[in-house]
Design a protein. Structure first.
Length: 302
């Protein structure tokens, strides 16, 4: 008995030892930097440092919410995030369902690889490609001109730029999202489909009555986690695509924070970042509580 207990403790210590570097990285890059949030409540001065700088209460937040540029950034962030979530949330589900119906394995793997590949490219690369393709003399306008249509200002027109922003974000992440749903689909017992077929259920009925209900738990978890990023709107993508001509629709909280940092206004920048984090945390916790209450504690992230 003691030998078994000693062996189990040794195994647990080995696992904890393997996890130690992960915990260390999490501590260094995620938790310790949180101490810098106190800058949001201080009149920060570089010569004094974080701790020695004088406190100014909520003055940074008063300046933040009284500024028209920040409120415009909040509005743009919400609009872009809601559009990305409302449209992009369903794209990987549809792609996963379509891939799941393909029976030719080599063709399925090819399509899955092609759709998953953009996820590995940074927006520095993708941004350069999109700026070239959708410029006034780019391939997109060359194709448009074949139909006798005047060149479209994709990159300087607010509506076209917003459509390009949402479309490119969905295109870049749809393959990765589909992989998660394909993994969920692979866990559905085959016996459920066999029983449904015996009962006379058609192909569409099996999808509606078996496939989609089995995907609901995964959909709920990913939806809740997506809400935590609703105040981000994809900084990498926006920063590499936008320009002063589309600031009215493309200037988001993260780009606002970057501009404040460039002007050495660390107090307002930190206050804006803290505001964004608090909203994201509130949405995740609140939505998870609602889901758990509606499902009698059976569903949710935790």
């Amino acid at each position: 008995m003691n030998t078994h207990k000693t062996s189990r403790n040794r195994t647990q210590r080995e696992w904890l030892g393997m996890l130690a570097p992960c915990f260390l990285l999490l501590l260094l890059f995620n938790y310790i930097p949180m101490l810098g949030n106190i800058i949001a409540f201080k009149d920060f001065r570089l010569d004094l440092g974080i701790l020695a700088s004088p406190w100014n209460g909520l003055e940074n937040f008063r300046q933040l919410f009284s500024g028209a540029d920040f409120m415009a950034a909040v509005k743009n962030t919400i609009v872009i995030s809601v559009l990305r979530l409302g449209i992009g949330f369903w794209a990987p589900i549809i792609l996963a369902l379509l891939l799941n119906e393909i029976r030719i394995k080599w063709f399925k793997r090819t399509i899955q690889t092609v759709t998953y590949l953009p996820y590995f490219f940074s927006w520095v690369i993708l941004g350069g490609i999109f700026l070239m393709v959708f410029s006034l003399r780019g391939p997109a306008n060359m194709i448009v001109s074949l139909f006798g249509v005047d060149p479209i200002t994709f990159l300087t027109n607010d509506r076209w730029f917003l459509a390009l922003l949402i479309g490119s974000a969905i295109w870049q992440g749809v393959g990765y999202g589909a992989v998660i749903y394909l993994a969920a689909l692979s866990g559905i017992p085959v016996q459920l489909y066999e029983a449904a077929a015996v009962d006379g259920a058609g192909h569409w009925q099996q999808m509606l009555k078996i496939t989609l209900p089995c995907l609901v738990p995964t959909m709920i978890v990913l939806f809740i986690l997506s809400l935590g990023q609703i105040m981000s709107a994809g900084f990498d993508q926006v920063y590499n695509l936008y320009n002063p001509m589309v600031y009215d629709v493309a200037d988001i909280i993260d780009t606002y924070v970057l501009r404040r940092l460039q002007t050495m206004d660390f107090g307002l920048a930190t206050a804006a970042g803290l505001f964004k984090s608090v909203i994201g945390l509130t949405l995740v916790v609140g939505t998870n509580m609602i889901v758990r209450r509606m499902s009698n504690g059976e569903r949710g992230v935790w």
